[in-house]
Design a protein around this ligand. Sequence first.
Ligand SMILES: [Zn+2]
Length: 300
Amino acid sequence: MTNTPPVCNYEGSDYQTSFWDQGGREYEDRAEAIALKRMLPKSGKLMLELGAGAGRNTLRYAGFERVILLDYSSTQLEQAQQRLGRSDRYIFVAADIYRLPFLDGLFDAATMIRALHHMADAPKALEQVKHVLQPGAIFILEFANKLNLKAILRYVLRRQKWSPFTLEPVEFVELNFDFHPKAIRNWLVELGFSIDKILTVSHFRIGWMKRLIPPRLLASLDGLFQPTGALFQVTPSVFVKSRVNGAMQKTEIPTDVVALFKCPECGSGNLLDKSDHLQCPQCKSKWAVKDGIYDFRTNT
Ligand SMILES: [Zn+2]
């Protein structure tokens, strides 16, 4: 095993139910849907959904022929599978984002929503994403913004020690990071992305507003303000649409699922399909396939 940064594990978590379904976050979910709709290409072939969790956003990628849901937690993926059903359209992959098990230059789009938040080494994670994207591919990234209005006020009033104005990430709870918008832009540009669009999201993540104003209305209001993200970003959540530099080539994407993968241990393609596992022809690593979930977390 190569050394990779620690990962935040949602294994066995009821995150979908406690945070999204019962957590009073309908407003945030609807506001994200509006932002996504403004950024997603109308159609595409193969989408990589990084940190897919229980598949909350997956149905929003309807324009894509196939979607790979990637998460570190297989129990989250099981919930996604229950929600979406098993079909050729959805491919479920449990893997570490720092060791992506895909061939280079494969995807024509990727999203990472509420996932970078848990990355101790964000530039390294983004670099892995870049590798698996085609030239011209779209990448939609959501990040938690340290330069948010609440943090600025708290800092100015001396209720908070860390500065929201500096570029380094802040880890406010273990494995929960907020990022400076400029740091994110710098990383993306250094990796060879160009930035197409920035939308600010969750302008009204304020207790009393969420209690008083129906989520649908509040999300519509949010939608009105999202384009101000082009000018400045002081919301808790920011969406960035970027594009891998270079012209899109008409690369054939294999229809056979196994042909999409590479061994995360040694990088070899051509994994052998042994029905309950995939075997690497090079280093002989075995990767479990169980109940429709490809598991690249540990070599079995
Ligand atoms: Zn291998």
